[in-house]
Design a protein around this ligand. Structure first.
Ligand SMILES: C[S@@+](CC[C@H](N)C(=O)[O-])C[C@H]1O[C@@H](n2cnc3c(N)ncnc32)[C@H](O)[C@@H]1O
Length: 329
């Protein structure tokens, strides 16, 4: 009873309800929330503090970043706690959201600004990207394990294919490989690489991960290697990936552990300072995935680089069939 009272008290304010509803769309920082709600920054900060004290929102600080998100897990990746935001309140907020209203339009505007900033970054960084990435991250040793989890199948989509480094490795295990990226400059390099290696059955498509250039259920497997930390709206991307996957289709993600080396993520144009795989797991479950498995890989030689994690999940099929990964060796 006490927990319910605390939650209702914390939520009982029009601006705090708006904040909670906006955060259903994903994490936002104070400046973005100020723009979305069109109220003063000090008002937004005060409401965020109250929501955070009541345990309804989480704040992630890393360097100068402070992103707020709904608190839906116990923070350790465990089951939902009884006293975090209840599903009933979330469905009420979602049900009362005017998709055409000023808050919804402002959320869309902020997300568009994020996507544009990423596009501009990769437009400039495309030439020389592979060298820049290898200098920052070292040799991508996780890729063998990633491919093991990806397995084989008919159609695989490489999400945020960038310069196309995975295309060649995906080719032998799949009938068709589709690389998707929002940056024409990065795709141009991927195209050159595909032509040079004479990759057959490989297509490159320009598009946003939030609106995939794929028909419903077109792919049986999707892979996102070191892309998620660039994406403006990870929960929306997961919903869209689900749409593009066939029933029982598989998604495998590799990304960076949350870290606080600001110069590192700025040099790579990252939007997020990595993620905790347990948060990614929550987003996937909310987007309609099941059998979500996470793996943390050790940092090479205990070095300073952020560790890489892998998450594999299956689109719920309705009949319980899950596309099985190929077993190597
Ligand atoms: C780190 S790079 C390439 C990673 C690539 N998967 C690899 O294995 O090397 C990230 C790529 O994601 C693309 N990207 C970022 N956000 C995107 C979005 N919302 N939609 C489509 N592509 C996006 C960028 O244009 C960039 O080419």
């Amino acid at each position: 009873m006490e927990a319910i009272l605390r939650i209702l008290k914390a939520a009982a304010d029009p601006n705090r309800l708006r904040i909670l509803r906006v955060l259903c769309a994903g994490p936002f920082n104070v400046a973005e929330l100020t723009e979305i709600l069109a109220v003063g920054q000090s008002t937004v900060s005060r409401h965020l503090r109250l929501l955070s004290e009541a345990g309804l929102v989480d704040v992630r600080r890393a360097g100068t970043w402070a992103y707020y998100s709904l608190r839906v897990t116990d923070g350790e990746g465990g089951a939902r706690e009884a006293d975090v935001l209840p599903d009933e309140l979330l469905s009420l907020l979602r049900g009362r959201w005017d998709e055409e209203g000023p808050d919804a339009r402002a959320v869309e505007r902020v997300l568009r600004q994020r996507r544009e900033a990423t596009s501009v970054f990769f437009g400039k960084a495309a030439e020389g990207w592979d060298r820049r990435r290898d200098r920052a991250l070292g040799p991508p040793r996780h890729v063998d394990r990633l491919l093991e989890l990806v397995g084989d199948g008919e159609t695989v989509v490489d999400l945020g294919t960038g310069t196309g480094v995975l295309l060649e490795r995906l080719g032998p295990a799949f009938g068709r490989v589709i690389g998707i990226d929002a940056s024409p400059e990065m795709l141009e390099i991927a195209r050159g690489r595909a032509e040079e290696s004479e990759l057959a059955r490989t297509e490159l498509r320009l598009g946003q991960l939030e609106h995939l250039p794929l028909s419903d259920g077109e792919a049986d497997t999707m892979v996102a290697n070191l892309v998620l930390h660039h994406v403006a709206d990870p929960p929306a991307v997961f919903r869209e990936i689900r749409r593009g996957l066939s029933h029982g289709g598989r998604l495998v993600i590799a990304d960076l552990e949350e870290h606080d080396d600001e110069s590192f993520w700025k040099s790579l144009g990252a939007r997020w300072p990595g993620f905790r795989p347990e948060d990614v797991r929550e987003w996937l479950l909310a987007a309609g995935f099941e059998s979500v498995r996470t793996e943390r890989l050790p940092t090479e030689n205990g070095g300073p680089r952020p560790a890489v994690w892998l998450v594999a999940a299956a689109r719920s099929s309705g009949n319980g069939t899950i596309h099985q990964p190929r077993r190597n060796g």
